[in-house]
Design a protein around this ligand. Structure first.
Ligand code: 5GP
Length: 224
């Protein structure tokens, strides 16, 4: 993390109107990356964040993957599920902001999805892995990086097992990668612990961070 963890939001003095940047300026949306190891609860956190409602709105950018679709997933909603050939074509034509191999499959962020959100005055929310987050931060330095941490490594492993979406081999790979990913926590602007059964609290913490950054105004004018 660049020198700071989860900080309390700045509170304006009584009777003083907050600066204009706090008025959620729809012309200055942010690119927000929510990252963290597999099984930490990123999907549920993003759902909770979207339920809270916000202005500018949160626009979840659907990313692309070559991973097989799970039974509960919907093409075009959960991911754009692509064949390796389709993925390569998209990547080679420059349509992906970043493309990375994660847990043995390819994942990539469509530039168009991010542009569309920002052009529409919405905060673009990306749920991508640590490698992808680093690449995006490299080309969009204003991006806000939030890392979600499990309360403990054991809790993370229990969650991964309980969701029963992975083969034994995938489960092991994801556990191994989790340790590597957790070691990258300091690359992020903020780290937030997703306490057991408290997803709404986690979403609220992330919202406070977003609002704090809106007030600061440093992350505006993103071009992708
Ligand atoms: P899962 O297979 O469990 O859906 O996702 C595996 C990992 O890939 C997660 O950490 C998820 O955040 C990440 N991921 C999803 N989409 C992208 C993407 O477009 N780019 C990158 N780099 N990672 C992604």
């Amino acid at each position: 993390m660049s020198g700071h963890g989860l900080e309390p939001p700045a509170v304006p003095s009584p009777g003083v109107r907050p600066a204009a940047a706090s008025e959620a300026d729809p012309l200055n949306p942010m690119l927000v990356i929510i990252s963290g190891p597999s099984g930490v609860g990123k999907d549920t956190i993003i759902e909770a964040l979207q339920r809270r409602g916000h202005r500018p709105e949160y626009h979840y950018v659907v990313t692309c993957t070559t991973r097989a679709r799970r039974p509960n997933e919907i093409d075009g909603v959960s991911y754009n599920f692509l064949s390796p050939n389709e993925f390569t074509k998209l990547r080679d034509s420059g349509e992906l902001l970043e493309a990375n191999e994660v847990h043995g499959n390819w994942y990539g962020t469509p530039r168009a999805g991010v542009r569309e959100a920002l052009a529409g005055g919405q905060h673009a929310i990306l749920k991508i892995d640590v490698q992808g987050a680093r690449v995006v931060k490299g080309c969009v330095p204003e991006a806000l990086l939030v890392f979600v941490v499990p309360p403990s490594f054991d809790t993370l492993v229990e969650h991964l097992k309980a969701r029963r979406t992975e083969s034994a081999e995938q489960l092991e790979l994801r556990q191994r990668n989790a340790a590597i990913e957790l070691a990258r926590k300091d690359d992020y602007d903020y780290a937030v612990v997703n306490e057991e059964g408290r997803v709404d609290v986690t979403a609220e913490k992330i919202e406070r961070i977003i609002e704090q950054e809106e007030r600061r105004g440093f992350r505006r004018a993103v071009t992708v």
